[in-house]
Design a protein around this ligand. Sequence first.
Ligand SMILES: Cc1cc2nc3c(=O)[nH]c(=O)nc-3n(C[C@H](O)[C@H](O)[C@H](O)COP(=O)(O)OP(=O)(O)OC[C@H]3O[C@@H](n4cnc5c(N)ncnc54)[C@H](O)[C@@H]3O)c2cc1C
Length: 284
Amino acid sequence: MLRKLGVLQNIERYAVIPNNIAIHRYTDGRILSEQNLLPHCGSVYGSPYLLIHRADFHYVLASAAKQLGVKIQLNSAVKGVDFDKPGLELDDGTVVQGDVVIAADGLRSQCREALLGGKAPPIPKRTLVYRVTLDPAYLMKHEDLESLVDYPEIHYWIGARSFFALNGTPSNFAVLGPHSHVVFYPLREREPCNLIIVAPDTTTEFENSSKANLSEIKELTKNWEPRIKKMMGMVASSTKWRLQENMEMENWTSKQGTFTMLGDACHAIIPYLYVGLIYKIKYD
Ligand SMILES: Cc1cc2nc3c(=O)[nH]c(=O)nc-3n(C[C@H](O)[C@H](O)[C@H](O)COP(=O)(O)OP(=O)(O)OC[C@H]3O[C@@H](n4cnc5c(N)ncnc54)[C@H](O)[C@@H]3O)c2cc1C
């Protein structure tokens, strides 16, 4: 798809190409499974597996669009959709008309509610994602963490029943040990690496995202292998997100055929398989 759009070469300039996906046992870091990505993806699928920061991805796509003469207008919140014209009403009252409207306004899409003709709030999935970034310079100071920076790979540490528990109910969580998984991956060469912890959502108050208390994530990983505990000790701050999906829609396109939807606005899915963006660019 990216090659077809003529942007793959530019995307590759910003992306990191991981060598493997390694799945580790959470208690001792032992490798349970390894999937080769380089050169496997290139030889089997014709393109490498790429990790790219969202801002770099947007930059490359927006630059290519501008070169084609696309006018991008920022700071324009949509408050209404006219499915007949078709057109959009912005929050300052301006009306914008076009040949087609493609709505990609995310999980809390107002356009989805306009198409469905009523409220359609996201559905919480009882799962939290904590995200921290780690400075590679600090990681490089530790012999056992050096290879995480030097040799780009995606690392998963899985706890007992991680994946089952994440799809289960809170009562399952209570009896099945550490029900979380941790993922570590680089996004830009020599820049902060991402580390995320996916864990059961035990909060009662509703918040989409908030600052995480560092003791929460240390507690979650207190029995994990030494490298994880060491990395947790380096964390200065963390944000947590409550994962949500949206209801399945019968149709993403208006009956007039001049309005359609794209991305999380119409098919938000839980991102722990790292497929949100892939679905967005591949299938829409
Ligand atoms: C914690 C977390 C981690 C994730 N990690 C990954 C990952 O590693 N890899 C991956 O592929 N996916 C990941 N995802 C999923 C991924 O973020 C989404 O699938 C992806 O961002 C969807 O893109 P989108 O453009 O459809 O929506 P969004 O990225 O949500 O963009 C919607 C845009 O619409 C704008 N908008 C909203 N309302 C209006 C309005 N009324 N008028 C005008 N503009 C409006 C918003 O400001 C925003 O810019 C993750 C999600 C979460 C929550």
